[in-house]
Write a protein that binds this ligand. Structure first.
Ligand code: NAD
Length: 462
């Protein structure tokens, strides 16, 4: 049969259609080229979300929990591969923690006063489209946890993730939108751009439709957000000291501290970054660290070499952040057995490996004359971040004194730091701890506006 022009057209269209299907951004819900388009889409979806019942929102959140569990390993592997930081096993646990312990709509509560002059309620309403900036240290965990809370509050969210974790972030955002679509909700409950930059972040921060920005990261981003003229939730840096006094169960303290410090290779902002111990128990503590908890005692020469590599030119070497202890030691030519999981040494609080927030399993131990000296040194080391601090003590007066002096959003007593996230401790989970702006551990209620609804002289039926 001779081929005519119409037939050619048909074949071309067929091939083109197939190509389009192949090129279609399958599995890329919520991903845009331009920030303005992403915000526009999130704005449209928020109009739908705000009309949804609490029960409908909760159904989507339940589906998100399920999908996080199904994809925990994929996201954990992706996070480690893409960023080169952390370890897969702990990242899987972190995703399960987000799935199990991130609050949903149940924390959107109402306060009521009723009396002779009527009924007054404080209702928690959505802000609208929230802007969120996320770190590379817990990329998918933060995005998933933020979205669950923000959606529970009736918001949608536009992310400007860390560029070094964009693949993992896109995976998480896609998963969130799939969950919404599967439950009859809209697409684009969470959105982002293919290539986040400081420029896209600026577009987001200045956009008229973004009334609230949640910044999770170091001091730079929190300061940028708090200077934006918008309301900001600032979840900034920490340098959590673990104080050990003479009343502590020193053996248990050593185990708890190393477990907390080495979790996901020390990436969590809440993780123990240094120890301050009263002089009378320092040697005993060091003994347990080395003999029972797989710590490697670094010599003065090794500390100097580590400082040169880890803080090359006085700046934190990103290639060392979130690496395990063996890798860090191999960088200075020291080979250790596979069981080694933490590097320890004794030094003054001003030691660069102690005073800097390293985010790697290196634990300097600072010796204090007595408890008051320990508190003073720990407060100094926390640098006024008001983020996290930990203590191992059986003396309630000491614990109280430390808590008041250090004044942090989180204070864990006699347990690993991760107990603060509900992992081996009571309470809910979050990966955005608003240390700078004081909201503390964020959840759905943090992402809502308080509204007073007043009915005068009626509806009191007492
Ligand atoms: P980072 O500060 O390098 O980056 C965080 C995010 O901010 C990224 O998306 C980055 O692109 C963006 N950013 C950085 N500077 C910016 C600026 N000037 N303007 C706009 N955006 C900017 O941090 P990181 O290495 O990804 O994460 C580790 C840091 O985050 C540590 O200091 C850690 O303590 C902190 N952190 C805090 C919390 C918390 O809940 N408080 C949680 C996780 C991490």
């Amino acid at each position: 049969m001779p081929i005519n022009e119409n037939m050619v057209q048909e074949i071309v269209q067929e091939v083109m259609a197939k190509m389009q299907i192949a090129d279609a951004p399958t599995g890329k819900h919520g991903i845009f080229k331009e920030m303005n388009d992403a915000i526009e889409a999130a704005k449209k979806s928020q109009l739908i979300v705000k009309k949804m019942s609490m029960d409908q929102r909760e159904k989507i959140i339940t589906c998100i929990r399920k999908k996080i569990k199904e994809n925990a390993e994929v996201m954990a592997r992706m996070g480690v591969e893409e960023t080169g930081m952390g370890n897969v096993g702990d990242k899987i646990l972190k995703h399960h923690l987000v799935a199990d312990k991130t609050p949903g709509t149940e924390v959107i509560t109402t306060t009521a006063w009723s009396g002779d002059r009527g009924l007054t309620l404080i209702e928690m309403g959505p802000f609208g489209v929230i802007g969120a900036i996320t770190p590379c240290t817990n990329p998918s965990e933060t995005i998933l946890c933020n979205t669950m809370g923000m959606l529970a509050g009736g918001n949608t969210v536009v992310f400007n993730p860390h560029p070094a974790a964009i693949k993992t972030s896109i995976y998480a955002i896609n998963l969130l939108n799939e969950a919404s679509l599967e439950c009859g909700g809209p697409d684009n409950i969470a959105v982002t751009v293919e290539k986040p930059t400081l420029e896209t972040s600026n577009v987001m921060m200045k956009h008229k439709d973004i009334p609230l920005i949640a910044a999770t990261g170091g001091p730079g981003v929190v300061t940028a957000v708090l200077s934006s003229g918008k309301r900001g939730i600032g979840a900034g840096a920490g340098n959590p000291p673990a104080l050990v006094d003479e009343t502590a169960d020193v053996r248990k303290a050593a185990t708890d501290i190393v477990n907390g410090c080495t979790f996901d290779n020390n990436l969590p902002c809440i993780a123990e970054k240094e120890i301050v111990a009263v002089s009378s128990i320092v040697d005993e503590l060091m003994h347990y660290l080395v003999t029972e908890n797989d710590c490697y005692l670094a010599s003065k020469e090794e500390q100097d070499k580590l400082t040169e590599v880890v803080l090359a030119g006085g700046k934190l070497n990103r290639k060392c952040v979130g690496r395990d202890a063996r890798t860090l030691l191999s960088m200075i030519g020291v080979n250790v057995p596979a069981n080694i999981r933490c590097i320890v040494f004794e030094g003054p609080k001003e030691h660069p490996l102690i005073t800097t927030e390293l985010m790697m399993p290196i634990l300097g131990v600072v010796r204090a004359r007595d408890f008051d000296d320990a508190v003073e040194q720990a407060v100094w080391l926390e640098h006024g971040n008001r983020h996290s601090a930990h203590i191992h003590s059986k003396n309630i007066d000491n614990i109280t004194k430390y808590a008041k002096a250090i004044d942090t959003a989180i204070l864990v007593k006699n347990a690993p730091s991760y107990a603060a996230l509900g992992f081996g401790g009571e309470g809910y989970c979050t990966f955005t701890i608003a240390s700078r702006t004081g909201e503390g551990l964020t959840c759905a209620s943090t992402f809502t506006k308080r509204r007073r609804c007043v009915m005068a002289d009626s509806l009191c039926i007492r």
